[in-house]
Design a protein around this ligand. Structure first.
Ligand SMILES: Nc1ncnc2c1ncn2[C@@H]1O[C@H](COP(=O)(O)OP(=O)(O)OP(=O)(O)O)[C@@H](O)[C@H]1O
Ligand SMILES: [Mg+2]
Length: 382
C-alpha cells in the first residue's frame, strides 16, 4: 500500500490498486469514474454539504453504492500529506467506523469515497427528514450510543497512532441498513491543507459539541471527544438539539436545559417524548449519568471511552460514576453568536446557509487562565 503514495496525478492513478482483499478493500478511483457514478456530480445526487466540501450519492459500474466527498480546492503542498493521511485512514477498520472505500487525486481535485449508508445520518433521524417517522426506538438508540462509543474507543485506545476525532456529532454518525452506527470523518481534519483550520467548518451543528477548553483555548485531547460524545448521548436520549434558540432569541445549550432535570432526577422529563414512554428506565438513568460525567468542565475528570462503553453496557452497575452530577457549561456570548445551527427549526435540511466562521485565530486570541503562555498543544494524533 505504501508504494501507492507516489501516485499523485490524475492520469497515473488508475492502476486498480486493491491493498486489501474482500469487502474491506479500498482502491484508487479515477475522476472520470466518479464523475460517471454521480451523474456528473449532479445536484439531485447531493446528500449534503459539510465544512470540507459536498457529498454525492453514486453507483459504480459494478453496482456498489457510494458516497463521494468532493473536497474544496486543496493546494499542491497538501498533495503528499493527503495521500499519507488517506493511507493511515485506509488502515483503520472497525465495525463502527466508516472506513474508506477509496480516493481520487486529480490535478486539482481531491475526492474521498465511502460506502453509501442507506439510513443516512443520526442527525436526519433526530432533527431532519426522518424525525416524524420515529424510526429510532429505545433499543436502536442504545445500540447506536454503544456502537458509536465503541468506534471512538477503538480510535482512542486501539489504533496506532491514536486518533482524536475532533468532530463527533450527529451528522458524523451514519447508519447502515440495520441501523448499525458508523462514525465518519475521523482524522479528517488532518487532511486539510495548512491554513485551512477545521474550525472554519460551518458552526452549524458543531459548536454545541465542542468541549469548552477546545472551543475557547484550542486545547485538544481525547477528552474533547469524550465531551462531544456526552452531548451526543444527551441528544440521543432527549431528542433535543445541542443548542436551541428560545423565543426571544436567547440560545440555550442542551446541558443548560438538562441540568435542573438531572439534579431533580426527573428522568421521565428528560427522555425524548417521541418515544411515548417506551424506554428502559434503568438504562436511561445510566446513560444520563454517563453523559453528565462526559460533559464535566475539567477534562481530567471525564471518563475515558473504555469506561464509557463499560458503563453503557451495564458492566459496571456500581461503578464510580454513580454519583449523579452535572454542571452545564455556557459558551461565551461571542462564540454563541457564531452558531447558526439553532437558527432554523428543520435542522440540516436547508443546506444553503452560509458557513459559520469560527476561526482558530479568534479562538487563539483567548487566553486560558490555567495554562502558561506557549503551553498550548494542538496535535491531532495522540
Ligand atoms: N457515506 C455516507 N452515506 C450517506 N450519507 C452521508 C455519507 N457521508 C456523508 N453523508 C451525509 O452527507 C452530509 C454531508 O456530510 P459532511 O461530512 O460533508 O458534512 P457534516 O458531517 O455535516 O459536517 P463535517 O464537514 O464537519 O463532517 C451529511 O448529512 C452526512 O450525514
Ligand atoms: Mg461529516
Amino acid at each position: 500500500m505504501g508504494s501507492s503514495l507516489s501516485c499523485c496525478g490524475s492520469e497515473k492513478v488508475d492502476e486498480g490498486l486493491t491493498p486489501n482483499i474482500g469487502n474491506n478493500s479500498w482502491r484508487i478511483f479515477t475522476y472520470k469514474e466518479l464523475h460517471a457514478a454521480t451523474n456528473g456530480f449532479c445536484e439531485d445526487n447531493k446528500l449534503g454539504e459539510g465544512g470540507f466540501g459536498s457529498v454525492y450519492w453514486g453507483k459504480t459500474t459494478d453496482g456498489l453504492q457510494i458516497a463521494v466527498k468532493k473536497l474544496k480546492a486543496m493546494n499542491s503542498k497538501a498533495e503528499m500529506e493527503f495521500a499519507v493521511e488517506v493511507e493511515v485512514l485506509g488502515r483503520v477498520r472497525h465495525k463502527n467506523l466508516l472506513g474508506l472505500r477509496g480516493y481520487c487525486v486529480g490535478t486539482d481535485q481531491r475526492l474521498i469515497v465511502y460506502d453509501y449508508m442507506p439510513n443516512l445520518s443520526l442527525l436526519s433521524h433526530l432533527h431532519g427528514q426522518f424525525t416524524r417517522e420515529v424510526r429510532l426506538d429505545w433499543k436502536k438508540r442504545m445500540h447506536i450510543a454503544i456502537g458509536s462509543a465503541e468506534g471512538l474507543l477503538y480510535l482512542h485506545h486501539e489504533v496506532t497512532p491514536h486518533i482524536i476525532h475532533r468532530d463527533i456529532k450527529a451528522s458524523n454518525v451514519l447508519l447502515d441498513s440495520n441501523f448499525e452506527p458508523l462514525v465518519a470523518d475521523f482524522g479528517f481534519a488532518k487532511l486539510i491543507p495548512e491554513g485551512v483550520s477545521h474550525m472554519t467548518t460551518r458552526v452549524k451543528g458543531t459548536l454545541g459539541y465542542l468541549a469548552p477548553e477546545y472551543a475557547m483555548w484550542g486545547k485538544v485531547s481525547e477528552s474533547c471527544d469524550v465531551y462531544s460524545f456526552g452531548i451526543l448521548l444527551l441528544e440521543i436520549m432527549t431528542g433535543r438539539k445541542p443548542i436551541e434558540k428560545l423565543p426571544g432569541g436567547v440560545k440555550r445549550t442542551i446541558t443548560e436545559w438538562a441540568e435542573p432535570l438531572i439534579i431533580k432526577r426527573r428522568f421521565k422529563d428528560l427522555v425524548d417524548p417521541k418515544l411515548r414512554g417506551n424506554f428502559d428506565e434503568k438504562q436511561l438513568e445510566q446513560a444520563i449519568n454517563v453523559a453528565s460525567h462526559c460533559v464535566h468542565s475539567e477534562p481530567d475528570k471525564r471518563p475515558n471511552m473504555k469506561e464509557v462503553v463499560n458503563l453503557l453496557k451495564g458492566y459496571e452497575p456500581n461503578g464510580k460514576l454513580m454519583d449523579l452530577r452535572i454542571e452545564s457549561i455556557k459558551y461565551g456570548e461571542d462564540l454563541l453568536a457564531l452558531d447558526q445551527g439553532s437558527e432554523d427549526e428543520g435542522g440540516r435540511d436547508d443546506e444553503s446557509d452560509a458557513y459559520g466562521v469560527f476561526g482558530a485565530m479568534e479562538v487563539e486570541k483567548m487566553r486560558d487562565p490555567n495554562v502558561r503562555r506557549g503551553d498550548r498543544g494542538m496535535a491531532t494524533y495522540g
